[in-house]
Design a protein around this ligand. Sequence first.
Ligand code: PMP
Length: 380
Amino acid sequence: MTFDPSERVADVPPSGIRRFFELAEEMDDVISLGVGEPDFSAPWAAREAAITSLELGRTSYTANRGKRELREAIAAEVRRWNLEYDPDDEILVTAGASEAIDLAFRALVDPGDTVAVAQPCYVSYTPGVTFAGGEVLDVPTRADEAFTLTRAALQSAGAEAADVLVYCYPNNPTGATMDREELAEVAAFCREHDIAVLADEIYADLTYDGEHVSIAELDGMRERTIVFNGFSKAYAMTGMRLGYALGPAEPIAAMNRVHQYTMLSAPTTAQHAAIEALKSCREAVTEMRSQYDRRRNFVLSRFAEMGVDCFEATGAFYVFPECPGGDAEAFAEDLLEAESVAMVPGGAFGAGGEGHLRASYATGLEELREAMDRLERFVS
Ligand code: PMP
């Protein structure tokens, strides 16, 4: 017996984001616009609820699906997006949205099933499909369509043949959002070709132009959609590892079957924090969002002044400018070396991302200002 990695694991390359950060970590005085996590701490009331739960000795497992009180609070929360889910059997609390995404692939994708992955996208979908034995179909989106997913993009990738479509809006890495009309076009395509949808809506609360719309709200979509969300982004709770999946009872039960054997239950302390977050921290979320929005406007205007092309990102906390000169890998490495500013080359996020850079503005305004000054010096 040897411990060679399984073929499925050996076939998956290491994350292109990680590789880049390892370079940055070796250097001093780096301003990183590379990380995909809030620079804020979780709202105090949520942290205090976690502390109190520990003081009271609440350190046991919870129900597999998560604490009933939390599932009820989530059901109430998602009504803001016109979503109705039954806390009993349509909501599953997970260790981050990451676990929910992995569960969906493992519970709902059979070996050989085709999963269309709208790209550029968060880095976990393609490996997750591969780990589950599915076949990935790349569906590139385009800068000149503001990185929205269109019927034309689905058709030209041959997505009619897909069993499942996974996408993320508001999008990581582009910051793109999709409005109701644009989503309706994707929904119609999925109904016509009987495709199930995995909608990663973890940035739903970080939408700067109008209200977030969930595809699950559209006609005939609830029964074929699983929605992922969580507390990492809007509530700045990345390290607490708490997310959730919403969907019809049957697929949620299948996901729970994997979850109950692999995770048992999501972190208990984090569940106490999340209950309080949903109860009393809406104002804190609104305040963080308005700070992100201010930074977004600042970064976009600085790019415009520098003559760097960047479509107007309207969600999450990323902008996705075109890379001056076109070779984003070389640009990012040279920028890091010359000016100690870290951005991630867009190709790390899959098809359609090449020739772009991802810059996160989940960084204080002062640091952003310094990073933009350095970038301007580098570009000129
Ligand atoms: N989906 C997207 C689009 C993300 O950007 C991230 C985090 N970077 C996740 C999911 C994972 O979030 P969590 O911390 O809830 O696992």
